[in-house]
Write a protein that binds this ligand. Structure first.
Ligand code: MTE
Ligand code: MO
Length: 524
């Protein structure tokens, strides 16, 4: 619209983050984004760009570079940048501070899926080796940059708790550490996207999101105070939840960089819920990547509710208004690709999950079944993890060496963490030693054709299996032969994992919990 006014950059700059009417520019256009802030998926983060061009940010957060976002922006067009301030059709490019410049240095063994923001998974050997994941190998899932808080600032870091009537109470980190009982909880965090790449490959249908393998899960001992204690201190009466008169139905958590999500109030006040406001992790202060100086830990729930860099808690009759509560972290049917987000509940408690994180093929050994036609078998050693949400413990892990035709049981390692009032918040690790009979190995084409399913058997194989597999084996001249190993776990409620990813495929690739299948080959 040529009739819209032209603004000098000097004026545009006044409409910065502090202005009641923040503006941004894109190309030579000027937008008043006041109305957008509440609806913006990243919330007030957009204010970083206020008073200048939004382009350099969108060059970093490239998800914005799509027509859908440009259409939204266009609703807020108010004018153009004055000709006198344009160079090649745009305002002179300001250099912005890289919002990730202060991110911490990460362990080189973390498997980086993206760098800015950092998304990195725990490597398989670490998943196999540790019941308690070492801090520096704990998976990292950041939507934005890591807020910078110095140790001095940390002690004075303020958590504000807001009750349904709008009254607030503030707690410094020092208050939390000195005025309330300390509590330690050992609990897994698992991202809703863990194993998403298995869902994409296994179903043959792409999914949106980071293509994690099996390492978006880790276990740690968290130290902090019970959320229930803080809510009580702030004046919230938990009895109202039990007698059905509570105004608050949800506990909303907000992080310093704008991330937010919520949990049902019932979980927060449940004496067996063990929801923590944590400042410690495995005997150390929380590392920066994991929420320094304070985060929520919601055991048994999807990790998206364990909000890092926590600075605000709101008790409300509504869920968190954030994108991550309302327009993400939900599942839909395999046919539903255009969805009404409000029609599905937010993921809270997690379903049962398991994965193979170590495979080692050994020697060929003679059959010990006298009746068999003395067919040899290939030794195989497996290990991995199994976990279920809601505090339900895993009672069994089943292993199949022939893609689900016959099964045996893995050995569950004894619980290494105390149960908390009967709840198990940790994973279990498991091991299996067996032998794959020669007949189970097929040429890859045979096996795909004969088994005819949609799984990811053609994708994997691994370093550890590579070495001795083909040395002197009975089929060493017969070419490459493979079998598919499958595992599934069952929890104490007898929930178990679905056989195929196709059955639980959803366009966001959340909760990929189908049997974990790994192809192993004689020549791997
Ligand atoms: N909290 C904040 N403030 N910002 C985030 O990006 N990511 C969430 C959750 N809490 C996130 C957050 C998601 S989706 C996950 S899976 C976990 O943090 C990851 O926690 P971790 O990085 O400590 O493993
Ligand atoms: Mo996540």
């Amino acid at each position: 619209d040529p009739n819209l006014p032209r603004f000098r950059m000097s004026e545009i700059r006044k409409h910065d983050a502090k202005s009641p009417h923040p503006w941004v520019t894109y190309g030579d256009k000027v937008y008043d984004i006041t109305e957008w802030i509440a609806a913006h998926p990243g919330g007030p983060v957009i204010l970083r760009a206020a008073g200048g061009s939004i382009e350099p940010y969108w060059n970093i957060f490239t998800i914005h570079k799509n027509q859908y976002v440009y259409d939204i922006l266009n609703q807020y067009l108010i004018g153009y940048v004055h000709q006198a301030d344009l160079v090649n059709g745009k305002p002179a490019q300001e250099t912005i501070e890289d919002p990730f410049a202060d991110d911490p240095v990460r362990h080189p063994d973390l498997i980086k899926r993206t760098h800015k923001p950092c998304n990195a998974e725990t490597p398989e050997p670490a998943l196999s080796a540790h019941f308690i994941t070492p801090n520096e190998l704990f998976y990292v899932r950041n939507h934005m940059w890591v807020p910078k808080v110095s140790p001095d600032e940390a002690e004075a870091h303020v958590l504000t708790v807001e009750l349904p009537d709008g009254t607030t109470k503030e707690y410094s980190l020092r208050d939390l550490k000195t005025k309330f009982a300390k509590k330690k909880v050992t609990a897994v965090l698992q991202c809703s996207g863990n194993r998403r790449s298995h869902m994409s490959k296994g179903s043959g249908r792409p999914t949106n999101g980071l293509q994690w393998e099996a390492g978006a899960i880790s276990n740690a001992t968290w130290e902090g105070v019970l959320l229930a204690d803080i809510l009580a201190d702030a004046g919230f009466d938990a009895a109202t939840v039990r007698n059905g008169t509570s105004e608050a139905q949800h506990v909303q958590f907000s992080g310093m960089e704008a991330y937010g999500s919520s949990i049902p109030i019932r979980k927060a006040v449940d004496p067996q819920g063990d929801v923590l406001l944590a400042y410690g992790m495995n005997g150390q202060p929380l590392p920066r990547d994991h929420g320094y100086p304070l985060r929520s830990i919601v055991p048994g729930h999807v990790a998206a509710r364990s909000v890092k860099w926590l600075n605000h808690i709101t008790l409300s009759d509504e869920e968190s208004p954030s994108q991550w509560q309302r327009k993400d972290y939900k599942c839909f049917g395999p046919n539903q690709t255009k969805v009404d987000w409000e029609s599905a509940p937010a993921i809270q408690e997690l379903p049962v999950q398991s994965a193979i994180t170590g495979v080692k093929l050994g020697d060929w050994k003679a059959s010990d079944e006298p009746t068999s036609s003395d067919s040899p078998a290939k030794e195989v050693a497996l290990n991995g993890y199994a976990y279920s949400g809601g505090g339900r413990s895993v009672i069994r892990v089943d292993v199949s060496l022939d893609d689900g035709k016959t099964w045996s049981q893995a050995h569950l390692l004894p619980d290494e963490a105390p149960k908390f009032d009967g709840k198990s918040w940790s994973w279990k690790r498991w091991t299996f030693n067996g032998a794959v009979p020669l007949e189970a190995f097929r040429t890859p084409d045979d096996s795909a054709a004969s088994q005819g399913s949609d799984e990811d058997r053609n994708t994997i194989r691994r370093g550890t299996a590579r070495r001795s597999a083909n040395e002197g084996g009975p089929d060493s001249k017969g070419g490459r032969k493979c079998t598919t190993i499958a595992i599934k776990a069952t929890d104490e409620a007898y929930n178990t994992q679905p056989e195929s990813h196709a059955a639980t495929w959803n366009f966001r690739g959340n909760l990929a919990t189908a049997w974990h299948r790994v192809q192993v080959c004689t020549d791997c």
